[in-house]
Design a protein around this ligand. Sequence first.
Ligand code: CP3
Length: 361
Amino acid sequence: MTPDFPPLKNDLLLRAARGEVTERAPVWVMRQAGRYLPEFRKVRESHEFFEVCRSPELASEVTLQPIERYTGLLDASIIFSDILVIPQAMGMEVQMNPGPYFPHPLDTPTDVEKLASVVDVDKELNYVFQAITRTRKCLGGEVPLIGFCGAPWTLFGYMIEGGGSKTYQKAKTWIFKYPEESKALLAKIADVCVDFLVGQVKAGAQLLQVFDSTAGELSPHDFSIFSFPTLKYISTNVRRRLVEENLPATPMTLFAKGANHALGLLAEHSGYDVLGLDWCIDPVEARRIVGKKVALQGNMDPNVLYGGRDAIESAVQRMCQGFQAGEGGWIANLGHGITPGVDPEDLKWFFECVHKYSSRS
Ligand code: CP3
């Protein structure tokens, strides 16, 4: 049984995700609850990063911060958490100091034995489910709540590299030297992703986004072997489980950063409703490639937010023209997460410009 929630007052995001041309583009930004907000930094002064993730009260509080600050301008909230809660649930230690750090990464395939053989997602990630239920109630139906997880390839990279990496040499060593063991580990992660996403819908998430933030590290061939099958597995199995468990049909977004070479494949065969775009592809070109198959999300370069009001306004105007020239749904966003140095007032201006230039009336 899903809990009872207040009725949704703003369904722009969900309509655009289903492919509808909306009266104005819904807008949110990746990492909208983050260090660029003084109210977020304040919470972080007295609480460690994963402490915020693990406390439903704190996670809910910071999720709501941008919604409260930008009243009437934001069309979605995204639950405050991190993609690295999955490796933690699988038995790995992860610290945030200030970037992600795994003291004991997976060096060779024998290290996989150190991971939990069975992951009880309802138990290990229950704190995320509680945070989602609580936040959805607190939102009072103002905007929908997005749940998310990391994609298997992106998580595999962190688990093997032990953190971020410039070269992905260790993760690449795995896929080229131990391809079968790599596929087995990717499949194991994918199963946890499925349970986690289904659990988030059960808890109250109204749209699901899968972050394959390091998809662009793979050649088109290797993406088709080591990432695409797991992404498709996730969409297929999440949808099957939602039907079987009598849960709401929930739109799914895939953000495969740097994998614009795969847009045609993803639109045709990945099973997602929305494809998130980074800023390295022109909106008109992206729409030409995907046709009417999917909705699109994105894609202003987040660094434009450092360029001042005029730069932001003209970039938003161009983005709106590009995405609205074609048919199909569009969700305005940045092409990647907002960074800590942005002035919150400049982000407000971004939202105002999206409202102004995407309005069809
Ligand atoms: O979008 C949101 O507002 C929801 C929260 C969210 C966070 N991380 C909070 C966070 C989401 C959706 C993520 C996803 C995430 N985490 C991704 C995929 C998206 C992307 O950016 O590509 C990745 C790769 C991670 C892993 C991760 N977490 C990194 C690389 C870092 C350090 C880099 C950074 O921006 O500081 C984090 C930390 C993190 N996750 C922060 C936040 C707000 C900042 C840490 C802090 O509060 O000290």
